[in-house]
Design a protein around this ligand. Structure first.
Ligand code: FA5
Ligand code: MG
Length: 437
């Protein structure tokens, strides 16, 4: 992609949210992505993402949290990775996964990029932050290079609480509203024995902080999925699970800045749905943020896929449409089921090629995705690898990708699609040492 970008002549600067940054050899953020940073869908009270954000915030009002919703998406590599303990070689740091403005500046890949700042400035015991985040990723109904996360965190100061720390933690746990929910914890399918604890915390502290975290997230998930059940019932579904208490389970997870770490999954439509990663915050994040002798937790939940369930939205790209037929369907404070408007037919085109020899610049799948998306924008419904084989004699590898072009608001002509397809082929063959077939 660096190469693709260089053929397009990297601009000398990139402007995001009114701030101008110098570019360098790391720059890989296309204008089409920068344009999304002004949308602020999570602040729109009449947009499903904004409605979901408010729904969650409302169930935590008066419980000691500050709500941050205005943090800008440009952060430093220090905030997004270093302070959180991401190792140097972590794949998340690579140019194929992350949008860099320049070597030291990027579009945040998660809301955890603000833990450093929030821990420093937050004056309540905890906070929630909601924001748009960006990742170079595949294209399909549930993946988009921009999406939204809500993060929560809570801390307790040992030096302030002294001997009453345990008592305070127990009180705080007891004050979380109880929910009618079936929780597999400990979950028989997983053992917590391998989930690392931190040596600066006692076992009792780790256990109490984890309990507070788990009860908090069970409350959040119950609130959200009860709404999803109501909306599924209103839409006419008679699935038996809609009338039963929600089933959730806790599984072990790994994040560089939490220990122990967990994920909560929800039983939904016959399968376990991954909802949220979380854990007990590592000491180094807290001390690097200038708060000594504290213990606490953090979680991060993706809002888009949950909003898709709640509002019956079949395609993640619909969140970004400017079509009135979408926006007019949603109003502040209410969960309503999306009524699809006329779908326009899609058309597929295949692109096949021999990959370069191994010593040449490899073509990463995300590079291909980016070229397609940058050429045809939201007219790309999906890009899928449909065939791949190795030539028995030459040992060369061939791949075939199927691009599905489809507009959400109009019908596309064959001529128009042919132009995009030709452009994709041209860029591919002029940038990478592939051989088109
Ligand atoms: C994180 O981003 C961590 N920051 C979460 C966290 C916070 C852990 C605090 C511990 C403490 P993860 O990469 O799994 O974790 O992403 C979290 C959620 O974002 C996922 O569960 C998923 O719902 C959503 N998500 C990830 N990629 C995409 C995408 N391309 N499109 C839409 N949603 C996505
Ligand atoms: Mg994940």
């Amino acid at each position: 992609f660096a190469r693709y970008f260089s053929t397009k002549k990297v601009p000398t600067s990139v402007t995001v949210n009114g701030q101008t940054y110098a570019t360098d050899s790391w720059t890989n953020v296309p204008a089409s992505i920068v344009a999304l940073t002004d949308r602020q869908l999570h602040l729109d009270q009449n947009h499903p993402i904004g409605i979901l954000r408010s729904l969650i915030e409302n169930s935590f009002k008066g419980m000691g949290y500050t709500f941050y919703n205005n943090f800008k998406p440009v952060v430093t590599t220090f905030e997004n990775f270093d302070v959180l303990g991401f190792p140097e070689n972590h794949p998340g740091r690579s140019k194929s996964d992350t949008y860099y403005i320049n070597e030291k500046t990027l579009l945040r890949t998660h809301t955890s990029a603000h833990e450093h700042e929030c821990f420093q400035k937050c004056s309540t015991p905890g906070y929630f932050i909601s924001a748009d985040v960006y990742r170079r990723d595949e294209i399909d109904r549930t993946h988009y290079p921009a999406f939204h996360q809500m993060e929560g965190a809570r801390i307790w100061s040992r030096s302030e609480l002294g001997d009453s720390l345990h008592e305070k933690l127990r009180q705080d746990i007891a004050s979380i509203p109880k929910v009618d929910i079936i929780v597999e914890d400990p979950n028989p399918a997983f053992s917590d024995a391998t989930n690392p604890k931190q040596s600066y915390m006692t076992d009792v502290e780790t256990d109490l902080v984890s309990q507070h975290l788990k009860r908090t997230l069970e409350l959040l998930v119950n609130q959200v999925f009860n709404e999803a059940k109501k909306s599924a019932k209103l839409a006419g579904s008679e699935e038996p699970y809609l009338n039963e208490p929600l089933r959730v389970r806790w599984i072990e997870a790994y994040f560089p800045w939490t220990a122990p770490s967990y994920e909560i999954e929800v039983w939904w439509k016959g399968e376990w749905l991954e909802v949220c990663g979380c854990g007990v915050v590592r000491e180094q994040v807290l001390t690097n943020s200038g708060i000594e002798d504290t213990i606490g937790w953090a979680f991060g939940v993706g809002l888009d896929r949950i909003a898709m369930l709640l509002f019956g939205i079949p395609d993640i790209r619909l969140f970004w449409t400017l079509d009135e037929r979408f926006s007019s369907q949603f109003t502040k404070g209410s969960i309503t089921t999306f009524k699809p408007y006329s779908k326009y037919p899609g058309t597929t085109r295949d692109v096949s090629f021999w990959l370069p020899d191994t010593d040449k610049l490899p073509l990463h799948e995300n590079d291909l995705m980016e070229i397609v998306r940058d050429t045809a924008g939201d007219l790309v419904e999906s890009v899928k690898l449909v065939d791949q084989f190795v030539h028995p004699k030459t040992g060369r590898k061939s791949q075939c990708y199927r691009i599905n072009y489809q507009s959400m608001d109009r019908s596309l002509t064959n001529d128009e699609i042919n132009v995009y397809q030709e452009r994709v082929r041209d860029i591919l063959s002029s940038t990478y040492e592939i051989e088109l077939r």
